[in-house]
Design a protein around this ligand. Structure first.
Ligand code: GLU
Length: 419
């Protein structure tokens, strides 16, 4: 494995944007450091009676613009540097779309597919208890991320509420609707990706009906992005998950794929066949001849090793941190447009914000209202980033960071330094 450290990636991106804005280091230096980091180790009784100790993290990168906000992931490769980077990305994501939050992230180092349902619940609840001292609706609000879902958010809400002694729906977002979740939250990240895809294609004069799209990752974000973009008329020529990848130049039948994947927990592409679909490797998927490539899996997928072989015209980052700094330079030299994660995948946290607002007001919005408000926020952020890109001749990533950093630096300045 390489010594890839995503947190160094973030720092380089922040410094690039600060340089373009002509900021003094003292204006933004605080954004290079996470505000607070908690590492926890906790025992869980396994179904066979043995005891296993798990490690997890909650990193609050910033609370300059509001309570810190960000998901919790369960993954065997999750470590401190990954969670630190993910927390920082949340700060910049919330700033670029203009929602009143800082950034945070949590993670537990575990492959959740090796746990029984009861074990998964015990790990989730115990982790929630371990981070309870630093989370809360006014402090830090978790949400789903890789391998976590609404049901698990329900367990976190319940654990936190039990420890407090009263129901606190606003402690977590992405909850089931029955306990204060928002309509539209499950689809929100994918919906945001589809909105951003439409916006960038319009700018590039590429009609969506004539666009070929490849999606890496068939989790919540990848599958919903593929479904919505397909419904808008684009042809999905390639998809992949952890187990396998499929390619069909004339277009995959997405409804059939998604029906299969959602039919049973644990269903994977390796067990799926479609007439005329060819099985390819992950590297082949990423380097397919396509108009749009949507990485919707993990970090470090487009890197110095494969960037030169990428043939997509546009990359829309549905995952967090899928492209390394080295890859960015290579893609830019090939005139490949990269719509950065902090803009492209912000739909999830935008609707998380709506959920939290509904919780604080004990009021529920209709789904149409949620979706409309989401579209307004995404388009406004897109226009601002695109405007900066045209004005300053910066990449879309640098432009998005410039906009976010301006807002962050304004908050640092207005609040001043305590004491
Ligand atoms: N995990 C999602 C993200 O990376 C959503 C975070 C949230 O809703 O707080 O943006």
């Amino acid at each position: 494995m390489s010594t890839y450290n995503p947190y160094e990636n973030v720092k380089t991106t922040i410094r690039n944007a600060a340089g373009k804005l002509g900021l003094e280091e003292s204006d933004y230096i605080i954004s290079l450091y996470p505000e607070r980091e908690l590492k926890v180790s906790f025992p869980v009784r396994m179904d066979n009676g043995s005891v296993r100790v798990f490690e997890g993290y909650r990193v609050q990168h910033s609370s300059a613009r509001g309570p810190s906000k960000g998901g919790i992931r369960f993954h065997q490769d999750t470590d401190e540097n990954e969670v630190k980077a993910l927390a920082a990305w949340m700060t910049f994501k919330c700033a670029v779309v203009g929602i009143p939050y800082g950034g945070a992230k949590g993670g537990v180092t575990v492959d959740p597919f090796t746990l029984s349902r009861a074990e998964l619940e015990r790990v989730t609840r115990r982790f929630a208890a371990m981070i309870t001292p630093i989370i809360g609706p006014e402090r830090d609000i978790p949400a789903p991320d890789v391998n976590t879902n609404a049901e698990m958010m329900g367990w976190i809400m319940d654990t936190y509420s039990m420890l407090k002694g009263y129901a606190v729906p606003g402690v977590v977002t992405g909850k089931p609707i029955d306990i204060g979740g928002s309509l539209g939250r499950t689809e929100a990240t994918g919906r945001g990706v589809s909105i951003i895809t439409q916006e960038i294609l319009k700018k590039l004069n590429m009609p969506i009906e004539k666009t070929r799209v490849v999606v890496q990752g068939m989790g919540n974000v990848g599958s919903i992005s593929a479904k919505l973009i397909n419904e808008l008329g684009a042809t999905i020529i390639g998809v992949g998950d952890v187990s396998s990848c499929l390619y069909k130049e004339s277009g995959l039948d997405m409804s059939d794929i998604l029906r299969f994947l959602s039919a049973k927990k644990g269903n994977l592409l390796k067990d799926y066949e479609q007439n005329g679909a060819k099985r390819i490797t992950n590297e082949e998927l990423l380097t397919l001849e396509t108009d749009v490539l949507i990485p919707a899996a993990l970090e470090n997928q487009i890197n110095a090793e494969n960037a030169a072989n990428i043939k997509a015209k546009v990359i829309i980052e549905a995952a967090n941190g899928p492209t390394t700094v080295e890859a960015d330079t290579i893609l830019d030299s090939k005139n490949i447009i990269v719509v950065p994660d902090i803009l492209a995948n912000a739909g999830g946290v935008v609707v998380s914000y709506f959920e939290w607002v509904q919780n604080l007001q004990s009021f529920m919005w209709e789904e149409d209202e949620v979706n409309q408000k989401l579209a307004v926020k995404m388009c406004k952020a897109f226009d601002a980033v695109y405007g900066m890109h045209t004005e300053k001749k910066a990449t879309l990533r640098t432009s998005a960071y410039m906009i976010a950093l301006q807002k962050l630096v304004a908050a640092y300045k207005i609040r001043g330094i305590f004491p």
